[in-house]
Write a protein that binds this ligand. Structure first.
Ligand SMILES: Cc1cc2nc3c(=O)[nH]c(=O)nc-3n(C[C@H](O)[C@H](O)[C@H](O)COP(=O)(O)OP(=O)(O)OC[C@H]3O[C@@H](n4cnc5c(N)ncnc54)[C@H](O)[C@@H]3O)c2cc1C
Length: 436
């Protein structure tokens, strides 16, 4: 029996979600429901697994149970980069990278197909991405990114200080490059759209946190505050909350990172931003800031990571970190230093030591999937769908590839883990200080 001690409940303002029209009233779980499969967690992994299971088993009842709203958790509060590739550090283990890339590409193509065929309005854009460097750490990493793109035969163009200044209106970056193959989206709109198109044999229960998972002789009983589900099999796709169910507890680290979003900029503010066209910029350095100018002309800033073994970040913490976002905007565009943020928020993601993924069977008729910190959204889309195929014994080259990716390696116990993380992240923040 598992009883999660921590239930996700965000109290901050997810800007992607709050800039959309209000969603339909959620259906929460009441009374007793009987299904063949229950999926817990409506992030990218859970929604993708549910969708594929429902396609593969059209005559079976499936339910997806989400503690908050689909699109309000990490999958709907990220920076919106749907990546075909992401890699820091010198190109090493190219074989593993190539295998991973096939999975990221599969996830990206699957999302692209769904967005097109279901006409999901999520501002999907193929504007590619910049990487920018502002100091020695960024410069070093930018070189590594270029080497990796060369080794994989992927196209990119160098963007020096002048080119970047013309394009995005700041001389902050000493060097950069532009590459393509990824998409930029409003992630909350993407997640809402995916949930709206779940097949007819799926019932979505939102605002229904699972408070207990009880094994039965032939299946499981799932408790929520006002209802219960009896299921033959269960998929746990609860993101960093997976540890609350006792799975992979010593194998991944929940890390929070934070975003802020302005209102749409007026023409005077926009004129500061070079051509004023949409862009997405990732830090060359591992801990550099992510900056976007969205399709509807809002500026987005993401930076800072911290270890959050417990609940989502408090509003107070988010407000503190939004001051860092303000500084990041002001050093790049001093004319925008008074531009207020409309929303600031935090979210958590899983870091593993070896980029391993939690995937597969974790008990009788109990399955779990968790994406990690490298291209998590596209990896999650692929892994969720492949988990459904694994459960239905469907072989494919992609599934073999997924199974060949190592699981997350074991981490040291606490408090050594806390100390190790503090030292490593302190160091990474320090060397990336010019890139904030
Ligand atoms: C600010 C920020 C920027 C990021 N930028 C990017 C980016 O640009 N590109 C990228 O690919 N990734 C990015 N990420 C990471 C990415 O968003 C996550 O790694 C990914 O969304 C995790 O997906 P998931 O399905 O594993 O988990 P989640 O999206 O966290 O989904 C798990 C769901 O389970 C639900 N849940 C948990 N416990 C329970 C329970 N007891 N009962 C019911 N439901 C429960 C949660 O409410 C949640 O909705 C970013 C993350 C953040 C926070």
């Amino acid at each position: 029996m598992s009883k999660p001690a921590v239930i996700p409940r965000h109290t901050d303002s997810n800007g992607w979600w709050n800039s959309l029209a209000p969603p339909p009233v959620p259906r929460s779980l009441t009374g007793r429901v009987r299904v063949r499969t229950a999926v817990v967690g409506g992030g990218i992994c859970g929604v993708s697994a549910t969708n594929r299971l429902a396609e593969l088993c059209p005559d079976e009842e499936i339910c997806l149970i989400e503690a908050e709203r689909v699109g309000y958790g990490a999958s709907g509060r990220n920076a919106g980069f749907m990546l075909n590739l992401h890699s820091h550090g010198a190109p090493k283990q190219l074989e593993i990278l190539r295998r991973n890339m096939q999975l990221w590409e599969a996830g990206l193509n699957s999302l692209r197909r769904k967005v097109e065929s279901w006409q999901i309005q999520c501002d999907w854009s193929e504007a590619g991405r910049f990487y920018g460097a502002a100091g020695p750490d960024g410069e070093k990493h930018l070189g590594h990114i270029a080497e990796t793109l060369d080794a994989l035969d992927l196209p990119y163009t160098w963007q020096g200080r002048d080119a970047l200044e013309q394009r995005i209106g700041t001389g902050f970056y000493s060097n950069g490059l532009h590459t393509g193959g990824n998409a930029l989206v409003n992630p909350a709109a993407l997640m809402r759209g995916l949930a709206q198109h779940l097949p007819a044999n799926v019932t979505l229960f939102e605002e229904s946190p699972v408070t207990e998972l009880e094994p039965l002789d032939n299946g499981y009983k799932i408790w929520t505050p006002d209802g219960e589900v009896i299921a033959d099999r269960v998929v746990l796709a609860t993101g960093v909350f997976l540890r609350q169910f006792g799975i992979a507890t010593a194998h991944f680290v929940p890390m929070a990172t934070y975003g802020s979003l302005t209102a749409p900029l007026d023409p005077a503010a926009l004129s500061v931003l070079g051509t004023g066209e949409e862009f997405g910029m990732l830090g060359g350095s591992e801990y550099g800031a992510t900056i976007r100018l969205t399709w509807d002309k809002r500026l987005f800033v993401r930076n800072y990571f911290n270890f959050v073994p417990g609940a989502p970040a408090s509003r107070g913490r988010v407000a503190e970190i939004s001051q860092m976002h303000r500084r990041a905007m002001a050093v790049r565009w001093p004319d925008l230093s008074d531009q207020p943020f409309e929303h600031s928020w935090g979210g958590s993601m899983a870091f593993t030591r070896n980029n391993g993924t939690v995937f597969g069977s974790f008990g009788p008729n109990l399955y779990a999937v968790l994406t990690n910190d490298v291209s998590p959204m596209t990896r999650g889309e692929a892994a969720g769908s492949l988990l459904a195929e694994y459960m239905e014994n469907i072989d494919s080259e992609l599934l073999s590839l997924q199974l060949s990716i190592p699981g997350p390696s074991r981490l040291p116990p606490r408090p050594f883990l806390d100390l190790g993380i503090r030292l490593r992240h302190g160091y990474l923040h320090l060397i990336a200080r010019d890139e904030f």
